[in-house]
Design a protein around this ligand. Structure first.
Ligand SMILES: CC(C)(COP(=O)(O)OP(=O)(O)OC[C@H]1O[C@@H](n2cnc3c(N)ncnc32)[C@H](O)[C@@H]1OP(=O)(O)O)[C@@H](O)C(=O)NCCC(=O)NCCS
Length: 400
């Protein structure tokens, strides 16, 4: 947390200084899906561009994938977890209603000095989270934040519904944000909601108004399973995508033609092609990896961003546009000027540095204790048994 005495006056900037991803090993191809619903690889590729997606195993969850992505971001940013002030986890597939998945990730990675909460804005969630965390940093309230998008969509699919189950997959992506007085980082963000169209896309849960006693929504929707009016969502997405990018660029004080790369929500290749046409951009301006992961909801933008950077598509100083859209119906767009990996210079007094060092050491100790605690617990009874055996042998030797 920023020390009020040491906090210089704004303007501050929120820079992305680390990023990471976590995806399950298991691949499910379109051919695999065609074994249990009436569909074909050709139909899915032609209508969506998706060829395969990842599916979480029994030991993987929204927390484990998110924690992997977060640890990758911390490693890339050369920052110890104990120095993180805030963790925002954007997800539509949380481990529980509470505790938040962000809290579970916070414990898993040893971010012992961070606040943590989940953010529900469906596929727009990562850009919403980015803006919330960036605003906290720009206000001077905090120094460092992790923004994570993590999903296990396979667990909320109705695997008998070919209109939805072909589209989604599991995965996580994360960014590490850090405060600096150097201009750059998250330059703009626009967040919007069209709640009047909420009925087109959803996952009913316990609080839902229209659930009957049999845990089925009276409109035929299934408890905890996704439903969607694909055509309505398609129309919404093509309407907001190009408009969102133009508005975010204007707010950042740049022209759309200044943008170096657009990292859109990875829902459907046809939606992205339509946006490219509307903006008059070549398709290559849009980074896509939906052919390999499908739609991973809140994880899709950070996951695509990480792979785009790895492929050399993002360079220091580049203007990157993020655009998300989905349940709500929500959409959100942001322009980021790329900083690169590693901590950015910031003013931190010697006392603050000492505090941070102490926090870091204490957190490392607690992590080691947590990791090896169960081992110690197993060793202790064994030691007792050995002591008892020794005593018995001594008695035998003494001839008792
Ligand atoms: C879901 C989506 C791919 C369906 O494509 P579409 O072109 O709209 O298809 P339609 O729903 O009009 O269906 C056309 C036909 O294909 C059939 N069909 C639907 N899913 C199918 C599948 N997986 N395989 C084969 N046929 C399928 C329909 O039953 C329909 O058949 P009919 O003409 O005999 O009634 C498309 O609407 C879409 O991508 N929408 C956006 C969804 C999205 O991105 N959601 C997430 C936003 S975050």
């Amino acid at each position: 947390m920023a020390d009020p005495k040491e906090t210089p006056k704004p303007p501050y900037y929120a820079h992305i200084v680390g990023w990471g991803m976590g995806v399950p090993e298991k691949v499910m191809t379109n051919h695999d899906i065609s074994a249990f619903v009436e569909t074909t690889d050709e139909w899915i590729v032609a209508r969506t561009g998706i060829r395969e997606r990842r599916i979480a195993s029994d030991s993987e969850s929204t927390m484990t994938l998110g924690a992997k992505a977060a640890l990758g971001a911390l490693q890339m940013g050369s920052l110890h977890a104990s120095l993180v002030d805030l963790i925002v986890c954007a997800t539509s597939t949380p481990e529980c209603i509470f505790p938040s998945t962000a809290s579970l990730i916070q414990s898993e990675i040893g971010a012992d000095n961070a606040g943590a909460f989940d953010l529900s804005a469906a596929c727009s969630g990562f850009v919403y989270g980015l803006q919330m965390a960036a605003q906290s940093i720009r206000s001077g309230a905090i120094d460092t934040a992790l923004v994570i998008g993590s999903e296990t969509m396979s667990r909320v699919m109705d695997w008998t519904d070919r209109g939805t189950c072909i589209l989604f997959g599991d995965g996580a992506g994360a960014v590490l944000l850090q405060r600096s007085e150097q201009p750059g980082g998250v330059l703009s963000a626009i967040l919007r909601s069209e709640g009047k169209n909420a009925k087109h896309l959803g996952i009913p849960t316990f609080g839902s108004q229209d659930l009957d006693l049999h845990h089925e929504a009276i409109n035929g929707h299934k408890m905890g399973k996704m439903y969607m009016d694909g055509q309505e969502v398609f129309k919404f997405a093509t309407r907001v995508l190009s408009d969102g990018i133009k508005r975010a660029a204007a707010d950042a004080g740049i022209k759309p033609s200044d943008i170096n790369l657009i990292v859109p929500h990875q829902a459907n290749m046809r939606i992205i092609d339509a946006a490219a046409r509307q903006l008059g951009f070549d398709k290559s301006m849009f980074y896509t990896n939906l052919d390999r992961y499908g739609n991973t909801s809140a994880a899709s933008i950070p996951l695509a961003m990480v792979e785009a950077e790895r492929e050399g598509r993002i360079k220091k100083g580049d203007y990157i546009a993020f655009i998300g859209f989905g349940g709500g119906l929500t959409w959100a767009a942001s322009i980021v000027q790329w900083t690169g990996a590693g901590a950015v210079p910031r003013k931190t007094g010697p006392m603050k540095q000492l505090e941070l060092l102490q926090a870091s050491a204490a957190s490392s100790f607690r992590r080691i204790k947590r990791q090896y605690g169960s081992l110690f617990n197993r060793i202790r009874p064994e030691q007792g048994r050995i002591e008892r055996l020794k005593r018995r042998m001594d008695k035998v030797e003494d001839g008792d």
